[in-house]
Ligand binder design. Structure first.
Ligand SMILES: *Cc1c(COP(=O)(O)O)cnc(C)c1O
Length: 402
């Protein structure tokens, strides 16, 4: 095939173009009404009370850590297999990242290992947990909630890989990834390889009103326009105290925030894409099913992402489709020579030089390290054509059987 087949790719349709152009012709360019509309639509899709759109997924993580008051000395538990930003947000606030290994079958944070870690230290040692719905596998968040309550910890769910995925909680209720039912806050990214592409962009979801209000302020420099919470007096800011009103221009910076706003044209693009989220999800599931059918009988291919173990009760969001093979480098290079740009997710965060310098080393996270030695992510995106996927499957089977 002459066509390059990447592991992930955005799709821009005519309605997407129209949505963006309409904003460019309107009065708003940065955060305006399209941001609010996107937030509302996103809350409905995920099934949470509040959504806060921000500049990117990393900014979303940073604001979550700030809103939960992460400070120097705090210890936060993070899985080693994720994008580095899942851990970095703790460092932005001066906290310490404590890695805890993944479970080999789900590739997400192993709750039993977290429990052992918590038991081995005095109560109050750890402040938070950041489970990641890795590859699209929604973490069983109710179990983490129970554990977090026991130890007085908060939870940020990194749901970047799993919009549209769901699991069933112990009460038998279906829970969408990132819906804020059990996590304090959850985050999503709108980077082009993610389910919804807005160029850059991120979303924080929550059911907690106080955290929601704090996030709105942190997103714009820590500045609020809400008169009811102003600290300076009307006279101090040049108003007429006899009116009981602050002057119309006055806004108050009450804490240190950032400019992490999303633009209106990005929000319009995001919302336009959100409208096809269901069909995109169906396509991802169909692609995964084809890979699974093709590889299940092949010795030498361990297909990690099965899976819908309990029918309607669980749905992998399928940001990725990962297989594990013995000769990963050989397969990777072979696929490149065939114009198939598979990718590796991820080099373990604890082995990045930055984190090694903070004390972690090879051997610390054996499950993650063994997974990394064999994993490879195959093309997975809604616009992947049947013949392209058939070609990818043929190339892989040919290489493995040679
Ligand atoms: C993409 C991603 C992020 C960061 O999102 P950006 O929008 O690129 O900043 C964080 N966590 C995970 C798991 C991701 O995949």
């Amino acid at each position: 095939m002459n066509q390059i087949i990447p592991y992930g790719k955005q799709e821009i349709t005519e309605p997407d173009l129209t949505a963006v152009v309409n904003i460019l012709k309107s009065d708003f360019l940065t955060q305006g009404p399209a941001v609010g509309a996107f937030e509302k639509a996103f809350s409905e899709y995920i099934g949470c009370k509040y959504s806060v759109a921000v500049a990117n997924g990393t900014a979303a993580l940073h604001l979550c850590a700030m809103a939960l008051n992460v400070k120097p000395g705090d210890k936060v538990i993070v899985p080693p297999i994720s994008f580095a930003a899942s851990a970095n947000c703790v460092k932005y606030c001066g906290g310490d990242v404590v890695f805890s290994d993944i479970d080999a079958s789900t590739l997400t944070l192993d709750i039993e290992k977290v429990r052992t870690l918590l038991k081995s230290a005095p109560m109050g040692t750890y402040q938070g947990i950041i489970p990641v719905d890795f590859g699209g596998h929604p973490v069983q968040m109710d179990a983490f909630r129970t554990l977090a309550e026991e130890y007085g910890m908060w939870i940020i769910e990194d749901a970047c890989h799993a919009p549209g995925g769901y699991y069933t909680d112990a009460k038998g209720e279906k829970q969408m990834a990132g819906n804020g039912k059990y996590a304090d806050l959850a985050i999503f990214s709108f980077h082009p390889v993610k389910h919804i592409a807005a160029g850059e962009g991120g979303m924080i979801t929550t059911n907690d009103e106080a955290l929601y209000k704090r996030l709105l302020t942190l997103r714009t420099h820590g500045i609020t326009r809400d008169q009811s919470v102003f600290k300076n007096s009307i006279a101090e800011v040049g108003g007429d105290p006899t009116t009981g009103q602050y002057p119309g221009w006055y806004m108050e910076m009450q804490e240190l925030g950032y400019n992490y706003r999303l633009t209106d044209f990005q929000a319009a693009l995001g919302q336009s894409q959100l409208e096809r989220a269901d069909s995109g999800m169906e396509k991802r599931l169909a692609i995964a099913a084809k890979y699974e059918a093709a590889f299940s009988t092949i010795k030498g291919i361990h297909s990690t992402y099965v899976k819908n173990p309990s029918g309607e009760k669980f749905r992998n969001g399928h940001h990725l489709y990962i297989i594990e093979v013995a000769d990963r480098l050989g397969l990777y290079n072979y696929l490149r020579s065939k114009n198939i740009l598979a990718q590796i997710h991820y080099y373990p965060i604890h082995l990045m030089p930055y984190y090694r310098a903070l004390g972690s080393k090879p051997g610390d996270m054996p499950v993650a390290e063994n997974y990394y030695a064999h994993c490879i992510s195959l093309p997975m995106y809604p616009s992947l054509k049947d013949e392209e996927q058939a070609y990818v499957i043929d190339c892989i089977i040919k290489y493995i059987n040679e």
